[in-house]
Design a protein around this ligand. Structure first.
Ligand code: F6P
Length: 365
């Protein structure tokens, strides 16, 4: 057996999501009960690069279970192995490998084990440390629910609830004004939020990144509903959805980020097409970051607590380089390195897609 863990460093990386604090709380409390110290690394891997690290005790994690965001802060720009440090004369970004500096920080802080809470990008940032023998365990988070190896990430179901409530509200105003309302929800390459909230809200059209749509099919569906006397249509559209033969709509490019594309605008385009090609008036709504904010719903608090506990079990049993996961309704774990930069997309034969089709939901295909 290796020397047991004495001091854990915990960090939250990537886009935040409800339940991060519940994980930090679970890990910290469990570790302290086992006589293990916990240090909180601020702003994800950026805090490791900049040596911004502080001890966490029971008081730091008291009363944070229900609070959204992360008390540690997060960054979706900092990648130690490829850190943007400036630009050259031609405006090209200069990258530096700061892995070595981070290893020195880990050593000087006495951190012998990392708990990395994040999505596929964060796990890929952790990979060079794992490859160099740093003891690490991963905890999967993302509202998009697109991390390979786990059927569920905490934060996803809260985002689905938020999106569903918004779609329900949109229903009543759409019905009053006999409009087609197009609601854009998050989901870059994976349409899990759109699929789940679309089905839960009874949306008439669901557009997913995994199924490039035909706008004529969408328009026909809207027109068909009108002729049947259904004088409104709800379209639930993932931000990453795009028309067949076309491309995703990019809202901004953040070159300093390892994943520089930020999507947004597809709902506006779909809405304009509906209004142009059918006689139905249309509006669009972009839900955006409201889906990531606020208190986690009960199951996400439970899942985050289960994940935190499972991460500590891995550490106590010296099973490092593993990612905690949820499969077949129970907690398990998978190799951490296999989840780096790997996404779980909605398969065409997903049972929920079939169920949605069986209640006449149109996927624009
Ligand atoms: O990956 C999570 C996510 O919320 C995506 O759904 C979304 O496209 C992206 O992050 C937004 O990132 P940012 O917070 O940088 O705008």
């Amino acid at each position: 057996m290796d020397k047991p863990t004495r001091r854990i460093g915990v960090l939250t990386g990537g886009g935040d999501c409800p339940g991060l604090n519940a994980v930090i709380r679970a890990v910290t409390k469990d570790a302290i009960h086992h006589g293990i110290e916990v240090l909180g690394i601020e702003d994800g891997f950026l805090g490791l690069i900049e040596d911004r690290i502080r001890p966490l005790d029971e008081r730091d994690v008291s009363n944070i279970l229900t609070i959204g965001g992360t008390i540690l802060g997060s960054s979706n720009k900092a990648n130690p192995a490829k850190m943007p440090v400036g630009k050259d004369k031609s405006g090209k970004i200069i990258y530096k490998d700061l892995t070595e500096a981070c290893l020195i920080t880990l050593e000087s802080q006495g951190i012998d084990t990392l708990v990395v809470v994040g999505g596929d990008g964060t796990m890929s940032c952790a990979a060079p440390f794992v490859e160099r023998g740093i003891r690490a365990v991963g905890v999967p988070k993302t509202i998009d629910n697109d991390l390979w190896g786990t059927e569920l990430t905490f934060g996803h179901l809260t985002a689905v609830e938020i999106a569903t409530e918004a779609l329900d509200r949109i229903h009543t105003t759409a019905a009053s004004h006999h409009r087609a309302m197009v609601v854009e929800v998050m989901g870059r390459n994976a349409g899990w939020i759109a699929l789940a909230s679309g089905v839960a809200s009874g949306s008439d059209v669901i557009l997913l990144p995994e199924m490039p749509f035909d706008i004529d099919v969408v328009n026909e569906h809207v027109a068909m509903r009108s002729t049947k006397g259904k004088r409104f249509t709800i379209v639930c559209c993932a931000e990453g959805a795009y028309p067949r033969g076309g491309a995703q709509v990019v809202e901004r490019n953040d070159p300093m980020s390892p994943d520089p594309i930020r999507l947004g605008g597809i709902a506006k385009w779909v809405s304009s097409q509906i209004e142009e090609k059918t006689s139905v008036e249309s509006r669009h709504v972009v839900l955006g970051h409201v889906q990531r904010g606020g208190t986690p719903y009960a199951f996400d608090r439970i899942l985050a607590t289960l994940f935190g506990d499972a991460a500590m079990d891995l550490i106590l049993n010296q099973r490092y380089s593993r990612l905690v996961a949820w499969q077949n309704g129970r907690i398990t774990d998978v190799p951490l390195l296999e989840s780096a930069n790997r996404q779980r997309l909605v398969p065409a034969d997903d049972p929920l897609v079939a169920a949605a089709k069986s209640v006449s939901t149109c996927f624009g295909i």
